[in-house]
Structure formats: structure tokens, C-alpha cells
Design a binder for this molecule. Sequence first.
Ligand SMILES: N[C@@H](CCC(=O)N[C@@H](CS)C(=O)NCC(=O)O)C(=O)O
Length: 223
Amino acid sequence: MSDLTYRLITAGPSPYGRKVDVVLHEKGIAFERVYDLPWAEATHTRRHSPLEQLPILLPEKGEPVWDSALIVDWLEIMHPDPPLMPQVRDARIHCMRRRTLGERIMEIAQALIFEVHRDPPAEITVDRLTRKIEGGLSALEKLYDHRTGGKLECDQGDIALATTLLCWEFIIAEGISPPLPILTWRGKHRAIDKCVFKMEARPSFMKTAPQAMQVDIAGEVAV
Ligand SMILES: N[C@@H](CCC(=O)N[C@@H](CS)C(=O)NCC(=O)O)C(=O)O
């Protein structure tokens, strides 16, 4: 355990927040979670992030760190042990590719869900976004077929992929997203399934299951 303490501004269902939460757990870093809602009047997010987005990591001393990818990189520099990024060049690049795909398909899925909620959705946009996710998943399947993660049991690529896919499962179960075929991934990609199956059994994933948030009229949140 490190003796530095942190606050993590996050939201119960946020896959980006969960990614950081998992990294903090994997590295054994003490922290306190603060739940927030970025678009509420009383939000804390606006005070700490120029992008008005969570997650935000607040170190005891020093500047807030915002954006999940930057937070994960920052934590890797500040708390290198245990490493979540391979040291050896090829394994490192492999991990960076997997992490980028895992993160981007989450963002594209978010755009797709917004689009299908529009009345009426633009079919051309839905098709394009669906194709991008399909492309991302097949690229990930190929990479996972030849995963060269070095000696690490769990790396940043695995965490990005699993937090994204488990988020899709959660938001479909909660009725936040319709069960779009492209987002119902389980059982369709052998190597991806294997990775997520392994990740969700880790204590860091078991302790950070996504949660629905209740929002009160003043925009304050409780879990
Ligand atoms: N690229 C950002 C995306 C974060 C993000 O989209 N967070 C959502 C909550 S899950 C948010 O704060 N949305 C409010 C907004 O975009 O204004 C990251 O990885 O941290």
C-alpha cells in the first residue's frame, strides 16, 4: 500500500471511472471515491477539470489529474509497482494498441447509444458507428489471439477492454441502452471472451462493479 492518498471523482456507471478505480486497486493505492454528476448544477467536476468530465484524480497535494487515459499513465509513472504496462518494447506497443482500441470503442459506443436515442436516428450514422465498433472488436480479437503481454497477468490493455465490454453489459441490463447486437459481445469472440472472463474474476473488478446512480433534483447524487 502507498501512503499517499487520493480522491477519485467518478460516477457509478462510468467505464472511464471504473478503469481508474481498477488501476488503483491493482496497484494497492489508497483512495476515496467521490460520486459526482458532471452536468448537474452542483457538480464538483467543473471545478477540477477544464474538460468538465470525470474521472478526476485528486492527489493530496498538487494538481488534479483528469481524463482516464492520462490518469492511468500518471499513476504508472508515480506508482510503477506493480507495473500495468509491459517494459519490453514489442509487448508495450501491443498493450498500447489494445488499450487504445478498448478505449475508443467505448467512446464510439457512447456516440452510437446517443444516436439510437435520437428521434429518428440517422441510419447512415448508426451504420457507420456500428461498423467502427465491429472493426475495433475484430482488431482486438486478432491482437488477443497473439497477446504478447510479457509476464504481466493483467495490463492496461486488458483493463480498458474489460471495463468497456462490461459497461455495455451493464447499461443494457439497466435499460440505459437497447440491446444492440453489436454491443452484445459475449460468446462472439473467443480470445476477447477469454480475456474478459479472466479480468472479471480479479478482486479489482469484483470490488468495482458498475452501479446505477440516483440523482436528486438539485443535481446531487447518491449511490
Ligand atoms: N475521454 C474521457 C471521457 C470521460 C467521459 O466521457 N466522462 C463522462 C462520464 S462517464 C463525462 O464526464 N461526461 C460529461 C461531459 O462529457 O460533459 C476519459 O477517458 O476520461
